[in-house]
Write a protein that binds this ligand. Structure first.
Ligand code: ATP
Length: 234
């Protein structure tokens, strides 16, 4: 579904990605793990057009997207949940969700997707008239994911959904990501919380200093000695 071939991205003259290659097959959860500053967010931003790759190719369903603008990429069915959640704090939960559907006109399906979201996150239904900024960190993450789903993506890109959340909330969010995947959305998950990410992913890539240094099934990575030492604290 998504393939990066030898992608290089720079900030000014400074290289951040040194020829990244990876792929996400339809139906998978694929995770990209790595330490602070490894280049995970840059990879995600390059995929969704926030930063232009200087060289290499990004293919979505076989067609190059590396020259498209972010709004064109969203229209192809790729939605991103950026790091730090970035909901609209002054708008209500309902208004945030409505914004997620602003490219759509299929009212009946929008209503159905709204019901789907409220079944995933009943707390958002209770809070639908509350300003987004007054939600807890975990609820804001739920809202950010839900807003992305309102765009009906086929591929959902998530940047550190666990950031700053309590372990019990992280588990809840990750099991919902699994459910969203099970219900038909392909997921590319960038995470520092390697343990949780590998537990729900099918496959994973390990990134260091702007390079992919390892790839394997999530299970194999969870059992790999060097991954356990470097990223799982074992
Ligand atoms: P974290 O988990 O801390 O978010 P990351 O793996 O997502 O880390 P990136 O944010 O992609 O890493 O950063 C990769 C490298 O690019 C780092 O060296 C970082 O300092 C640099 N970088 C990121 N954003 C910019 C920017 N806007 N301008 C210049 N350099 C940047």
């Amino acid at each position: 579904m998504l393939e990066l071939r030898d992608v290089c991205t720079f900030y000014g003259n400074i290289p951040a990605l040194h020829g990244i290659s990876l792929r996400v097959n339809e139906g998978e959860i694929v995770t990209l793990i790595g330490a602070n500053g490894a280049g995970k967010t840059t990879t995600l931003m390059t995929i969704c057009g926030g930063i232009q790759a200087r060289s290499g190719e990004i293919l979505y369903e076989g067609s190059p997207i590396q020259r498209l603008r972010p709004n064109q990429i969203v229209r192809l069915g790729i939605s991103q949940v950026p790091e730090g959640r970035l909901i609209f704090p002054e708008l209500t939960v309902q208004e945030n969700l409505d914004l997620g559907a602003f490219l759509r006109s299929d009212k009946e399906n929008i209503r159905r997707d709204m019901d789907y979201i409220f079944s995933l996150f009943p707390i958002l239904a209770q809070r639908r008239r509350q300003a987004g900024g007054t939600l807890s960190g975990g609820e804001q993450q739920m809202l950010a994911i839900s807003r992305a789903i309102m765009g009906r993506p086929r591929l959902l890109l998530l940047d550190e959904p666990s950031l700053g959340l309590a372990p019990i909330i992280i588990q809840q969010i990750f099991s919902i990501i699994q459910k969203i995947n099970h219900d038909g959305t392909t997921v590319f998950l960038v995470e520092q919380n390697a343990n949780q990410a590998l537990k729900i992913a099918h496959r994973g890539y390990v990134m260091e200093n702007g390079r992919v240094v390892m790839e394997n099934s999530a299970e194999a990575l969870l059992n790999d000695q060097s991954v356990r030492r470097a990223y799982l604290g074992m």
